[in-house]
Ligand binder design. Structure first.
Ligand SMILES: C[S@@+](CC[C@H](N)C(=O)[O-])C[C@H]1O[C@@H](n2cnc3c(N)ncnc32)[C@H](O)[C@@H]1O
Length: 208
């Protein structure tokens, strides 16, 4: 499997979803960022862009990255129609191949899972290094999947937040783990279906 397959797969996933005019943000981002002063944010695997739009409305300048041009083009159009086009830069990157430029006060990666090759440890390590001192990296992963997810592999292993942090091999003199926990939430899927799922939440702060 290569980048072309991954682009085709994710473009297909996004194109099959209705283009929501104002998608909601992830609750874990809202919990973390509601009290943070706005700055520069990077969102990895932005999907429908609900997080980027929520941050931009709060004054953040957001670089939102996805492998799918369907996703990034939709987000750019939504941002413009919602009046925050000047605060959202939607960029198409295969994070397996390239990482956006810049220094950030917040990097978030929500459910950055894919059936294709992606060295998440390398990507998240690059994200930690792209933080300004005092900046935070928020990684929210599936700890289980909903019945409507593309990933129904019964053998799937969901690394714990501590395992994810260990894979990043960050120098404790420069980065501190602020949160590493599992959390349950009610997820809503196609047609309004709901299911309880587990999230694995990791929050790392750059201290120096
Ligand atoms: C499960 S979705 C999560 C989307 C969004 N973060 C959310 O919380 O709804 C994973 C996202 O990562 C993107 N993605 C998958 N592989 C990628 C890669 N190699 N580089 C950049 N984005 C990728 C997909 O297109 C998709 O939008």
């Amino acid at each position: 499997m290569n980048t072309t397959d991954a682009v085709t797969f994710w473009d297909g996933v996004h194109a099959a979803r209705p283009a929501a005019t104002d998608p909601p943000p992830n609750g874990s981002l809202v919990d973390l960022a509601a009290d943070l002063p706005p700055g520069a944010a990077l969102e990895l695997g932005c999907g429908n862009g609900g997080d980027a739009l929520w941050l931009a409305r709060r004054g953040w300048h957001v670089t939102a990255v996805d492998i799918s041009a369907v996703a990034t083009e939709r987000l750019g159009a939504r941002a413009r129609s919602l009046g925050v086009g000047d605060r959202v830069a939607a960029e198409c990157h295969d994070l397996h191949e390239s990482f956006p430029r810049g220094r950030f006060d917040l990097v978030s990666a929500h459910y950055l899972h894919t059936p294709f090759a992606l060295s998440r440890a390398r990507v998240l390590r690059a994200a930690a290094h792209a933080l300004r001192p005092g900046g935070r990296l928020l990684v929210v992963d599936h700890g289980s999947t909903a019945p409507w997810s593309w990933n129904q592999d019964p053998e799937a292993h969901y690394p714990t937040p501590r395992e994810i942090a260990a894979d990043l091999s960050l120098d404790p003199a420069g980065w501190a783990v602020e949160r590493a926990e599992a959390s349950r939430r009610l997820a809503t899927g196609p047609g309004g279906r709901t299911a309880e799922v587990t999230d694995h939440i990791l929050l790392i702060r750059r201290t120096a």
